[in-house]
Design a protein around this ligand. Structure first.
Ligand code: UGA
Ligand code: MN
Length: 242
């Protein structure tokens, strides 16, 4: 399962198209797309219908008071994805194999990443490229165990890792039914740590990507588009979805 929070903006369809082109090539991937919106949009609804892979389309709006720079993003959306997943599996008999990954819509994902995370027993970790003001951040590994973090930003984080840097087994999600992303008390950059400390410890983490020495996912961020020349009058004669 991949949970992807997404919100309406000029680049949204381009981002989702790029993700679908990757995810379609991953076998047995179920994509949980969660719109930050009061209702499902027509754009995403149409997109999901033609995405070519199993998709679940959810929505939940971020309360306006949380839509401010410096505050964590997509908390409610990831929690909606978690709730859906727990609901779907609660009445199924164990064992229920599965792995959950939080896939933001603007990152870049290699296919190899999905091969790596498939063998997650509890919580697995790996490097993330282009994040934290460095070329990459990564868990430091000694004798197969995570012993620290290579990072240039807030090294005091208990888990100095981006959302794109870990996966969790479905079993762990189901056996910790209260583990969610928190608004209250969550500082910038602490969402990952606040979540991970509810379900695991640093000692328990399973390093992937050759003992965390390969970058298989990039925290790319899309430039804000320039719409300075959008017409105010003499609009186009057709209404085109972009
Ligand atoms: C960084 C981390 O990589 C994110 O995982 C973390 O959620 C985020 O910081 C944060 O500040 O909370 P960054 O690239 O700065 O990511 O954030 P975005 O990519 O803009 O947003 C993360 C995800 O939330 C994206 O999938 C985006 O589509 C979604 N989002 C963003 C919403 O659903 N609503 C918003 O208002 C903004
Ligand atoms: Mn991002």
């Amino acid at each position: 399962y991949a949970i992807t929070p997404t919100y309406s903006r000029p680049v949204q369809k381009a981002e989702l198209t790029r993700l679908a082109n990757t995810f379609r090539q991953v076998s047995r991937l179920h994509w949980i797309l969660v719109e930050d919106a009061a209702a499902r949009s027509e754009l995403v609804t149409r997109f999901v219908a033609g995405a070519g892979l199993p998709c679940t389309h959810l929505h939940v709006p971020t309360p306006r008071r949380y839509k401010r720079p410096g505050l964590p993003r997509a908390t409610e959306q990831r929690n909606a994805g978690l709730a859906w997943l727990r609901q779907r599996h609660q009445h199924l008999p164990p064992p229920q194999p599965g792995v959950l990954f939080f896939a933001d819509d603007d990152n870049t994902y290699s296919l190899e990443l999905f091969q790596e995370m498939r063998t997650t027993r509890k919580v697995s970790v790996w490097p993330v490229g282009l994040v934290g003001g460095r070329r990459y951040e990564r868990p430091l590994v000694e004798n197969g165990k995570v012993v620290g973090w290579y990072t240039g930003w807030r090294a005091d984080r208990p888990f100095a890792i981006d959302m794109a840097g870990f996966a969790v087994s479905l079993q762990v999600i189901l056996s910790h039914p209260k583990a969610v992303f928190k608004r209250r008390g969550s500082q910038p950059g602490m969402q990952e740590s606040d979540f991970l400390k509810q379900i695991t410890t640093v000692e328990e983490l399973e390093p992937k990507a050759n003992n965390c020495t390969k970058v298989l996912v990039w925290h790319t961020r899309t430039e804000k588009v320039n719409l300075a020349n959008e017409p105010k009058y003499h609009l186009d004669t057709v209404n085109i979805e972009v």
